[in-house]
Design a protein around this ligand. Structure first.
Ligand code: GDP
Ligand code: GDP
Length: 436
């Protein structure tokens, strides 16, 4: 399911990140567990009425050494490229400024709907400040106060009205959606080309969707696949293509839409923080994951190199111990043909449902082998377990008191479940709940 995306734009200091944080709200804290993910977040998920959507704070995308006006221009262009609806933020305390007009001018050039917010209207007496902003031509300006959480509901009412119709983009259930994600130059586009065959120009044969994403349908061995664009193949050459935050953002959008995510690492460069961050998001999003080490042709190796590399990856990506690792070369095409069968396998595990009675046998055996923990004299009691969903497989374990389910015991149970059922390539979730 593809979620609509909202982008917040505006000149500096109008309150974009304040509003972003208020809208994304308490979800931020939950996602803090995965290393490197949360630091100055610019991307989040939010809900309003019965809509769930992604939201981007473009103000957080900063290109070093570019002049001020250029920064604002790039931020507005990213909003136009990525969003289904744009929220332009201004400040009622400062009134309409020439910089606001500059931002508006860039937005005029796109067909994307714009909702205009006048921020810092902290009390009703200030409401008359909004009238000047009619001049921008984006319809009724909406008074809000980020710091006081005022008017945000009215703002979101206007935003969700402008979302594209969901039915425009329904895709078949039996296709496997996957994407290559990773930082710039790891070889994502080359891998897509290697899979699709000789330098086929990806851009030319795509059915356009309402969201102008580039998806390539592909059939192999009777199985239907869709390659989700991440590489920004179409956008190559834009100034902001190589900005770290922007490439992370594109990866996030692709992760959201994929069943299986192939995290691409450049064998020549090893693993850096940004690789971990992207992988962390895929894990957090509960997608099937394969680690692809590309450019394997380019490094000197002997019979030990692959093992050593694998060890290094396992050390760096502790939270991805379930993900298979494939060593490939997009250039020579070595082992590229193993990717699709691996994707298929991971997709099956991601959607796997296990039988309740077998699951409970596994859990009870585990408990017999390693007794449940106690806390202040009370022992964790496990009554029964059941799988409540797939993609990723999610299990509810009914217990006497969820507080007693320590992380390490949960991890132990997870490992027992994995030993019994496989689940290669997919995260699984365990939720402890009080038996009613
Ligand atoms: P950004 O640069 O557009 O992301 O702006 P920030 O969110 O960083 O806010 C800039 C400044 O405006 C900060 O000092 C905020 O505390 C302040 N601010 C944000 N929203 C409001 C508001 O609704 N009322 C008032 N009075 N100040 C605000
Ligand atoms: P992207 O930014 O992740 O899409 O990366 P590209 O596919 O554009 O590749 C970046 C650079 O790495 C290009 O110069 C490619 O020719 C090169 N490259 C990609 N895959 C391989 C590979 O398997 N081996 C070698 N030696 N170079 C590669």
């Amino acid at each position: 399911m593809t979620l609509p995306t909202v982008a917040i734009v505006g000149r500096p200091n109008v309150g974009k990140s304040t509003i972003f944080n208020k809208i994304v709200g308490e979800r931020i804290a939950i996602e803090e567990d995965v290393p490197g993910v949360t630091r100055d977040r610019i991307y989040g998920k939010a809900e309003w009425l019965n809509h769930t959507f992604n939201i981007i704070d473009t103000g957080g995308i900063v290109i070093d050494d570019e002049p001020f006006l250029e920064q604002i221009r790039v931020q507005a262009e990213i909003a136009i490229d990525e969003a289904d609806c744009i929220v332009m933020v201004t400040s009622g305390r400062d009134g309409l400024t020439t910089l606001d007009e500059e931002v508006a001018k860039i937005l005029y050039r796109s067909k994307k709907p714009v909702v205009l917010a006048v921020n810092k209207i902290d009390n009703p007496d200030m409401r008359q400040q909004i009238y000047d902003f009619y001049a921008l031509g984006f319809g009724d300006p909406i008074p809000v106060s980020g710091t006081h959480s005022l008017g945000l509901g009215d703002l979101l009412d206007e935003v969700v009205k402008r979302f594209p119709n969901k039915n425009d983009e329904d895709q078949e259930e039996d296709t496997i959606k996957f994407s290559f994600v990773g930082r710039p130059n790891v070889g994502k586009s080359s891998l897509v080309n290697a899979l699709l065959g000789e330098d086929r120009v990806i851009v030319s044969d795509i059915a356009g969707t309402t969201r102008d994403a580039i998806d390539t349908p592909y059939t192999y061995d009777g199985e239907k696949y869709i390659i989700i664009d991440t590489a920004g193949i179409r956008k190559k050459g834009k100034v902001y293509e190589s900005i770290e935050k922007y490439s992370v953002l594109r990866a996030l959008r692709a992760i959201e839409r994929s069943d299986v995510v192939l995290v691409v690492i450049n064998a020549e460069e090893g693993i850096i923080e940004q690789d971990k961050r992207i992988a962390g998001y895929a894990h957090e999003a509960g997608r099937g994951i394969i680690i692809v080490v590309n450019k394997w042709d380019a490094i000197e190796k002997d019979e030990k190199t692959m093992n050593e590399f694998e060890k290094m990856i396992r050390n760096e990506f502790l939270f991805l111990d379930y993900a298979p690792i494939v060593f490939v070369s997009a250039k020579t095409k070595k082992r590229v043909q193993t990717l699709l069968p691996t994707i298929k396998l991971v997709n099956e595990n991601h959607a796997l449902r296990v039988q309740t009675n077998v699951l409970n046998d596994v859990i009870m055996d585990a408990v017999a082998m390693n007794p449940t923990p106690t806390d202040h004299g009370t022992r964790l009691k496990i009554f029964y377990a059941t799988q409540v969903s797939v993609k990723p497989p999610t299990f509810v374990i009914f217990v006497n008191d969820p507080e007693l389910m320590h992380f390490s015991y949960e991890r132990f149970l997870e490992n027992r479940i994995r030993d019994a059922f496989g689940f290669v390539g997919t995260p699984i979730k365990l939720i402890a709940r009080t038996r009613k």
